[in-house]
Design a binder for this molecule. Structure first.
Ligand code: P1T
Length: 388
């Protein structure tokens, strides 16, 4: 089966057995617990909804299939997926190498929670192999890549870095949220784990917060399945239902996000008040060639710097009409945000400065609206920001 066929069908076969209703869509199973006739014999394998739920299981099967993985696990948020991953893989004294430009909440999770338990983190520029190899230590257990990164859209070469990590018995996890499995499949490129905030493209409609881990190693899967239940940060049945519904249109949404974003990136890069436009689809992106090789399209996120610093950024963002000024990304509606004061406010100012997350930086999540309307909105906000 190809991608969209899997997105529609995997995990959702109608049940034709006696007494079943033949639902075309997996029903929303809200039951918190499942009765059994006698001890030791759970009905259909289900016991208690934290350890397994039919709606969540259907989603987990679909998530695995879309990443070309054997197993999928769904969590209460992207950060819950990351927490469970680190709890299952690491112990006190272990070390992690992570991409330096990652979602602010991921960095906060690492620095404010896991460091307390004696786990060390080195943030490396994972756009090149040399810095990653330099960052590896004897006790490094995990390479945590985000590609493209949030918010500067830096790319890491998943295949090369996975090889280097595996030579040292280091597990490789890739936060694939920005690309979605439609545009990039880290496990097929050699990574051990693909991880998502399903809040974003996978659900796609800004109406559910969730997370996912996909992988093919059965031992690691057993470990994660144990921690998913034992630590308890599961995705609810209702969120599983919504995500199952959203995921079916992932391919058509990603095509539209990508083509809209390409047009907008070209518009911004030719605007005289825009200092720089970062989009992997632009030939000016330093890793445009890697993006063409590693991704099946360039996605819906654009970051750009405007002239005039914070006052201009503030004026521009409050002058938009169609783009909502909001955190998050990957929904059908276009959003704009200010990373330095919003999604990456928890990153220390010195680290933001070093990375280039300036007060002039704006991040767009380009939706699936008609692109002329989006360009009109950006154009008019720029005209209000810089009156003649
Ligand atoms: O919000 P949550 O579902 O817990 O996912 C966290 C997360 C993980 N990884 C990446 C790459 C992310 O972008 C996020 C969440 N990001 C935002 C809310 C944001 O606006 O960037």
């Amino acid at each position: 089966m190809k991608f969209s066929t899997k997105a529609v069908h995997i995990g959702e076969k109608p049940d034709f057995s006696d007494g079943a209703s033949g639902d075309v869509v997996v029903p929303l199973h809200l039951s918190a617990t499942f009765a059994r006739r006698e001890i030791g014999k759970p009905t259909g394998g289900y016991e208690y909804s934290r350890s397994g739920n039919p709606t969540r299981n259907a989603l987990e099967k679909k998530l695995a299939a879309l990443e070309g993985a054997e197993y999928g696990l769904a969590f209460a948020s992207g950060l819950a997926a990351e927490t469970t991953l680190l709890l299952s893989l690491l112990k006190s004294g272990d070390h992690v190498v992570a991409s330096d430009d990652i979602y602010g909440g991921t960095r906060r999770l690492f620095a404010s929670i896991f460091e307390k338990f004696g786990i060390g983190f080195t943030y490396a520029d994972t756009t090149g192999a040399a810095a990653v190899v330099r960052a590896f230590r004897k006790n490094t257990r995990l390479l945590f890549l985000e590609t493209p990164t949030n918010p500067l859209l830096k790319l890491s070469d998943i295949q090369t870095l996975s090889q280097l990590a595996h030579e040292r018995s280091i597990t490789v996890a890739v936060d694939n949220t920005f690309a979605s499995p439609y545009l990039q499949q880290p496990i097929l490129l050699g990574a051990d784990i693909a991880l998502h905030s399903t809040t974003k493209y996978i659900n796609g409609h800004s109406d559910s917060v969730g997370g996912a881990i996909m992988l093919s190693d059965s031992q690691l899967h057993k470990q994660l399945r144990f921690f998913q239940n034992a630590a308890g940060a599961i995705l609810s049945p209702f969120d599983s239902f919504l995500t199952l519904r959203g995921i079916k249109t992932l391919a058509v949404r990603m095509e539209k996000h990508s083509s809209n974003a390409m047009e907008i990136a070209e518009f911004l890069s030719s605007h005289q008040k825009v200092k720089s436009t970062i989009y992997p689809g632009l030939p000016s992106h330093p890793q445009h060639e890697l993006a063409k090789r590693q991704m099946m399209g360039f996605g819906g996120i654009i970051s750009f710097e405007i002239q005039g610093g914070l006052p201009s950024a503030r004026k521009f963002l409050s002058s938009l009409e169609l783009f909502h000024l909001a955190e998050s990304l990957g929904g059908v509606e276009s959003l704009a945000e200010h990373p330095a004061s919003m999604t990456h406010a928890s990153v220390p100012a010195s680290a933001r400065k070093k990375l280039g997350i300036t007060d002039s930086l704006i991040r767009l999540s380009v939706g699936i609206e008609d692109v002329p309307d989006l360009i009109d909105d950006l154009n008019s906000a720029l005209s209000i920001t810089y009156p003649k």
